[in-house]
Write a protein that binds this ligand. Structure first.
Ligand code: NAD
Length: 354
């Protein structure tokens, strides 16, 4: 079985490639990625030689319909998991347009090609074959101090990023409602773990603290996010792709709600303990002007995926954050290369040409 996975060189996409090729020894991933600033092929270098034989990388844009058609035709694609996205809220506030282009139009381009090929080959959609859209809890907006997002919570996105993800979810739903295309949508809480681009909270704080730079915290730092270790997310995605009921949305989250300031202080504590560096301390924290339209609290109710598919998180926050910090400590060269932009040269060197 060949599946098309987009956004494979990003944080969650690359973790998913490792997870999936390890679990399914007879399957192949065709990985598509535009290699934006957030895409780094070095993230996939640790695949084993055997796994590399079951992984084909194609550099390209999910908006390129001709290319997607070529991939379907050449590799007889039997399912799509769409991770590709512009994913950083702050960037979406400064430059929303690319978010609409990639997250909305790109998703619709993928859906359109998938629909065409499934009809052409079979005159019906292949049983069990899916279009899985990887979405986010941010589409639900912000919560007060109590309550959780369920799959029935109305969409109420606030940032250009979350609005673009909500729009993509609606177009996926439309392809199911209109054409009965076999789709699913997963909406996950904040992920953390290896290979996350250092503009996001946890790797940013780790890197700044290691370099004794200020740790910028938005506003009072009491915004609450529900944190999930990335491999728990990958396992949930796999379950939905395999066994999720067609047309359904599944929320994914592990009831690990933490204030941002708690996360920052925890990182300081663990890093100081692991490195013995006394200059890593709370004096590095600098409260900065809050993000525009900053959502106050996200919290996921994962009852549906738990009851229908038997998913539960395996890695709780205290364990996950230790593992994550250890990974970044062991991979400081990766971090340096990412920050210096050196990884952009990696593709040219290893794959030649644009
Ligand atoms: P990321 O920014 O690390 O990776 C995104 C990848 O998509 C990059 O490799 C980038 O090069 C690629 N890409 C961007 N535009 C593209 C295009 N037009 N065509 C092809 N490839 C393109 O993001 P991530 O954190 O790995 O998130 C992956 C997905 O999961 C996103 O859809 C995001 O909305 C969703 N999500 C993320 C989180 C989180 O906490 N990180 C939580 C829930 C959902």
């Amino acid at each position: 079985m060949n599946i098309l996975v987009t956004g494979v060189a990003g944080f969650i996409g690359s973790n998913f490639v490792y997870y999936y090729l390890e679990k399914y020894k007879d399957r192949k991933i065709i990985g598509l990625d535009k290699l934006t600033y957030a895409g780094n092929l070095e993230n996939l270098e640790k695949l084993t030689p055997e796994q590399k034989e079951r992984f084909v990388f194609i550099k390209g844009d999910i908006n390129n319909q001709e290319l997607i058609e070529y991939i379907f035709e050449t590799y007889k694609i039997e399912g799509i998991i769409n991770f590709a996205a512009e994913s950083h809220v702050d960037r979406s506030i400064h430059d929303p347009q690319i978010f609409l282009k990639t997250n909305v139009i790109g998703t619709q381009t993928l859906l359109n090609v998938a629909k065409k090929y499934w009809q052409k080959d079979t005159q019906k959609f292949i049983d069990g074959v899916k279009f899985l859209q990887i979405s986010t809890d941010e589409v639900y907006g912000s919560l007060g101090p109590t309550g959780y997002f369920t799959e029935k919570t109305p969409l109420d996105p606030h940032s250009p990023y979350s609005a673009s993800k909500a729009s993509a979810d609606l177009i996926v739903k439309a392809y199911y409602d209109t054409y009965k295309m076999p789709t699913n949508i997963t909406r996950c809480s904040n992920n953390y773990g290896p290979y996350q681009f250092p503009e996001k909270l946890i790797p940013l704080m780790i890197n700044n603290a290691l370099n004794h730079k200020k740790l910028p915290v938005y506003g009072d730092g009491k915004q609450i996010r529900d944190w999930l270790y990335v491999t728990d997310h990958c396992r949930a995605i796999d379950l939905v792709f395999e066994n999720g009921r067609t047309g359904e949305v599944y929320n994914i989250g592990g009831h690990n709600e933490k204030e941002n300031i708690y996360i920052v202080k925890k990182i300081i504590e663990i890093l100081r303990e692991k490195t013995g560096d006394k200059e890593i301390n709370e004096k590095l924290i600098k409260h900065v002007k809050d993000r525009l339209g900053h959502d106050r609290r996200y919290g996921i109710d994962p009852t549906k995926i738990k009851e229908e598919l038997g998913w539960e998180p395996e890695i709780m926050f205290d364990e996950g954050i230790e593992k994550t910090i250890e990974w970044y400590l062991e991979n400081q060269d990766w971090m340096k290369r990412v920050i210096s932009g050196e990884y952009l040269e990696f593709y040219e060197k290893n794959y030649g040409g644009k």
